[in-house]
Design a protein around this ligand. Structure first.
Ligand SMILES: NC(=O)c1ccc[n+]([C@@H]2O[C@H](COP(=O)([O-])OP(=O)(O)OC[C@H]3O[C@@H](n4cnc5c(N)ncnc54)[C@H](O)[C@@H]3O)[C@@H](O)[C@H]2O)c1
Length: 270
């Protein structure tokens, strides 16, 4: 998808971090941007800062865990901007702690945003994208945590492995519609993810704030705008996997070598 001037992007989780970085990078490329997030105040601020840079931007408060709100988002964007050429299902949250101790409420919240946010976004937008004139591309935000696990981040990794699996399947299932698909797998990025509990719904109760596993990595992480620009390059090139941190090669290599070595042992004498 080379010509992005005037194209329309929808970004969820756009009020902060990587979502705001994606929106900014799309604006730099001359795209029009619809911003969706559950935090209405910060969403308006990001929208205002894009408009101040001359970008055509629309803010639509949206909770991605609620299918009706995603449907309303799609209806509003198609009504006001006419098409959706790039959809970024990016909203995400994180909660640290031993995986076996996580409550159903913890799982409902984290899978609700990280996995069902992606599921709702694709289910709502794919049929519309398939019907529209012009190119379409979907980017689902997973993480390096969708390929390797880290101590006390098991619930997060479970959700991100699922996003990788969902997106690999989606790419096959929408190929005949000519819809491009990417899975975005950033490493440490300097965002507010360690404070994700700010958006946990009250009815799910509080969660133990065990975020030590990510706070230091985050503070020294990549600028979200750089993640946005690298993602834009991936969209232009039609890349399926979009990695933003080349220093993650060693951990990926280690994982895949372990898997392949186990496969090679399958026919060993019993
Ligand atoms: N920061 C990193 O190091 C890193 C690395 C890999 C992947 N990611 C992923 O990047 C994505 C963005 O996270 P971030 O790091 O920018 O964190 P962030 O907290 O800065 O931004 C996440 C945004 O998602 C929004 N959000 C939360 N729940 C929502 C809901 N129910 N509906 C709509 N919006 C909701 C938040 O309000 C926030 O604006 C997430 O999917 C995250 O898992 C982050």
């Amino acid at each position: 998808m080379r010509n992005l001037e005037g194209a329309v992007a929808v970004v969820t989780g756009a009020a902060s971090g990587i979502g705001a970085g994606l929106a900014r990078a799309f604006g730099e490329a001359g795209m029009r941007v619809a911003l969706a997030d559950v935090e209405a105040g910060p969403l308006e601020s990001v929208c205002a800062s894009l408009r101040a840079r001359g970008v055509e931007a629309l803010a639509v408060p949206t909770d991605v865990t609620r299918p009706a709100e995603i449907e309303a988002l799609a209806e509003r964007v198609y009504a006001e901007l006419g098409a959706v050429n790039v959809l970024c299902n990016n909203a995400g949250v994180c909660q640290g702690g031993p995986i076996q101790e996580m409550s159903d409420a913890d799982w409902r919240w984290l899978l609700g945003v990280n996995l069902f946010g992606v599921i709702h976004g694709c289910r709502e937008f794919v049929p519309r994208m398939a019907r529209q004139e012009g190119p379409a591309h979907i980017v689902n935000t997973a993480s390096i945590g969708g390929f390797v696990t880290g101590g006390e981040l098991g619930m997060y990794s479970t959700s991100k492995y699922a996003v990788v699996g969902y997106t690999e399947s989606l790419a096959q299932d929408v190929a005949h519609h000519d819809i491009g698909v990417s899975v975005l797998c950033p490493g440490w990025t300097d965002t507010k993810l360690a404070d994700a509990a700010r958006n946990r719904p009250d009815e799910l109760g509080t969660a133990p704030a065990k975020m030590e596993a990510i706070t230091s990595g985050m503070a020294t992480g990549m600028d979200p705008l750089e993640v946005g620009r690298r993602t834009l390059r991936g969209i232009r090139e039609g890349a399926f996997y979009i990695f933003t941190h080349s220093d993650l090669r060693a951990v990926l290599e280690h994982r895949f070598q372990n898997v392949l070595a186990a496969v090679d042992r399958a026919d060993d004498p019993l």
